[in-house]
Design a protein around this ligand. Structure first.
Ligand SMILES: [Zn+2]
Length: 459
């Protein structure tokens, strides 16, 4: 004991860039390998030198495929990382979708910076680096204790956050550490609720805190209400949605509302190639009976598409996407990215925001510095592709579709995991981290810490 340490290289004081080095005298593994996103000062950290030599890392272990957990992998591979990457089957599949999209975006932005002479920062990586990274993936089943390095084992458990997502138990030498990854909710329409671990005693729990100070209070009925108001004005509805999972959850809700008469049969457009690629993996997981899919979903949707109430249009090409601008009747457009930081949603925002008949419904976390956050706080104009766009459309926010546990859900789950020596709070803005810390100190006898960037903590 005492020989195992965790070095917190990211995911500290921010919700992005999760990177935790866990070391013992016999092995070094990297749990999560995420990209920093959001404000420019945070994003810039992706270009900093990595504190550990890539060739000194024996394994990378991933909780799930979101970019803030896996987006830095291709750069480590470019710099010499050659060992395996462990995650579940659908984490590997969705990481393929997300990393390819990220590489395309990287190359596009580097080209833009060069042309506009704004800076010389190069692309972090390209599609060849992504292909190399994907060749190192070794997907593993849930519940299987896997040897990942000398005297080091990992077990994945369903966490109900996105397809393939896991919380993980890392056993290194004599120490046992639980990483929550991003913790999901009991009410995900497709995924089984977060499980509890087989083991019941931990030297440390590294827990996320995205909603450490908040409860999800707006119900689905508020969503239907906003859609109906926009339709009655003759307007359309734009839903910026994270490409992986949020799109699926939104489509499930729209199908149900249409089927039970909560909203009229309205054309639904999904306009994001990445979301559509992910959607097909969700369809595959349901058809194949993946273990993280609810039995009820598998039974109800055998041979039926759970995402299509009969009017779903999938817009793969840029030409298809442009056709949406010319629509005459009220429509619902679901497009990425969820915080309006990039992607085709920008084009739709520029087109739809100036018209007061339309409604933009924000359905996810909007981090500091994003256009999504500017809309949420009521800015009267926002900048898109270098031009100011007037905001006359209605802006609504519906939290019912969050795929992150809120503070009560997270604390209730932590109560089920058994005895814990210390809790280490990551993956949250400072206010959320502090709120969760005081809540845990009140309700548990655990030692609770908020690690700083680059801090090393002995387990
Ligand atoms: Zn996530």
């Amino acid at each position: 004991m005492g020989a195992v340490t965790i070095t917190f290289l990211g995911g500290t004081e921010t919700v992005t860039g999760s990177r935790f080095i866990v070391s013992s005298p016999s092995a070094t593994v990297l749990v999560e390998c995420g990209m920093f996103q959001g404000l420019h000062e945070i994003e810039k950290r992706n270009w900093d030198e990595f504190k550990v030599k890539p060739e000194d890392i024996d394994a990378i272990i991933l909780s799930h495929a979101h970019l803030d957990h896996c987006g830095y992998i291709p750069l480590l591979v470019k710099h010499g990382y050659k060992n395996p990457i462990f995650g579940t089957f659908y984490t590997e599949k969705l990481a393929g979708v997300i990393l390819h999209d990220s590489a395309r975006l990287q190359m596009h932005e580097a080209e833009y910076r060069k042309e506009s002479l704004s800076s010389k920062m190069p692309a972090l990586y390209n599609t060849i680096d992504v292909e190399k990274a994907l060749s190192l993936f070794r997907s593993k089943a849930f519940h299987e204790k896997v040897s990942v390095a000398k005297n080091t084992f990992v077990t994945f458990y369903p966490s109900g956050h996105i397809l393939g997502s896991a919380f993980l138990v890392l056993e290194m030498e004599e120490s046992r550490i639980l990483f929550t990854g991003d913790m999901g909710r009991d009410n995900h329409p497709l995924l089984v609720p977060p499980e509890t671990p087989g083991e019941r005693s931990f030297d440390a729990v590294v827990t996320e805190s995205t909603y450490g100070d908040r409860r999800h209070e707006t119900p689905v009925s508020a969503f239907a209400h906003e859609i109906n108001k926009a339709i009655s004005r003759g307007g359309s509805i734009l839903i910026p949605a994270f490409a992986v999972d949020r799109t699926e959850v939104i489509l499930m809700a729209l199908r149900e509302l249409i089927e039970n008469g909560g909203i009229p049969l309205t054309p639904i457009y999904v306009d994001s190639p990445m979301a559509l690629a992910a959607l097909n993996y969700y369809r595959q997981a349901i058809a194949d009976g993946a273990p993280e899919i609810r039995d009820s979903v598998r039974e109800k949707f055998a041979g039926v598409d759970p995402f299509d109430p009969g009017n779903l249009r999938e817009m793969y090409s840029a030409e298809d996407s442009k056709k949406i601008d010319a629509l005459e009747r009220s429509s619902i457009v679901v497009s990425a990215s969820g915080m309006a930081t990039g992607g085709r949603v920008l084009h739709h925002l520029a087109n739809m925001l100036p018209d007061s008949e339309n409604t933009v419904i924000l359905v996810g976390y909007q981090s500091a510095g994003t256009r999504g956050q500017a809309l949420l706080r009521g800015d009267e104009k926002i900048k898109i592709h270098g031009k100011w766009v007037e905001v006359r459309a209605h802006i609504a926010s519906v939290e019912a579709f969050s795929v992150h546990a809120d503070v009560d859900e997270l604390v209730n789950w932590l109560k089920k995991i058994g005895t814990v020596e210390k809790a280490l709070i990551v993956h949250g803005e400072t206010d959320s981290q502090l709120a969760l810390k005081s809540r845990l100190e009140n309700e548990f006898s655990w030692l609770v810490k908020i690690p700083k960037t680059d801090q090393i903590i002995s387990i």
